[in-house]
Design a protein around this ligand. Sequence first.
Ligand SMILES: Cc1ncc(COP(=O)(O)O)c(C=O)c1O
Length: 373
Amino acid sequence: MTETDEAYDEPLFFRVIQYAENADRDVVDMVSGNPDWEPPAALRDGLRDYAGADPPEFQYQASEGLGELREEIAARRNVDSSRLVATNGAGEANYLAMAAAMERGAGTEFLLTDPVYPYYPGKATMLGGSVTRVPVHEDGHVDVAGMRAAASEDTGAIVLNTPNNPTGAVYDIDAVAALADVAAEVDALLVVDEVYDHFDFTGRFESALTLDRDHVVVTSSFSKSMGITGFRVGYAVFPDDLVDAARTRHMLVNVTGSRPAQTAVAHALRETPPSYYESIRDTIRERIDALTAALDAIGADYTTPEGAFYVLARFADFPGTMANAERLIDEAGVAGMPGETFGDAYDDWIRFSLCTDRVDEAAARLTAYFEGS
Ligand SMILES: Cc1ncc(COP(=O)(O)O)c(C=O)c1O
């Protein structure tokens, strides 16, 4: 399906969250992807230290981001820091990457998966591009052959997200490499959003940066990995020939990013041990187990995430419509995201985010609701 004139509406996340907030009863929020866990201790230390800095440190930093942050990221991602723009989250990084695809003048169509994180089609249409969605395989993995068949000289970019929101799939690096080849063949970009890179439960995740290809832009952020969606610190790694234009666009839109936030993240990157990330993964694993045990008891179908922190569930005779998401809020006291908001492929499903310490309560409520129905 190709969409050309879709309005770039406000994403529906906010509508569901608002509905849950206005409900007459207590509701477990399993809509938002806002981590409920502690950030790294060093992040708080970095922020505290910053409060005592001298006034010159409260002024603009370099537009492309604080040097120490870009160096820390570049060293970890094994890329030259000249290719890296520090952005206001992965959200801006994805926007810069998709704008770069349009600016190249080599196609205005964005090839996306179905289901897809709704901000991608929103950005595509906002940028004046068209959207073609290619359904994923049954197991949630990207359909490489389907993408190859859909790609043409009109394609400006293929946009992927791995580990994936909402399916939880962690794409094989071979699949990502094959799509980098497809992008090169039709002179398009491959944009790979790796915002959930720290939430890989398979041990198989490999960044698209390891491919070291010309046509690939990788985006990410610290929103999820450090539990700081409010800080707005992310980045994009561009091929050499696209980085200058991206930097200029970033400067004209933002001047620069938030210096206190970038300073604290740079400090946290230096000081945070791997055990921090491991303990968060353990928490998510426990929450996956608690929710899926209830879904088993109910007899619902569900996805067991290989990565990220969302579970998709399909209940008998209860498709993933906005009306049913609202019913679930009112009648069960659990808020989930309707599958239809991610496209057509999962419109029978409801997505539950695991960013809450009330998963047990939600599991009990879902069990009572669906077993009683
Ligand atoms: C796939 C994906 N990309 C990007 C983002 C936004 O990330 P950030 O907060 O870094 O802008 C999200 C947030 O949920 C996401 O799920």
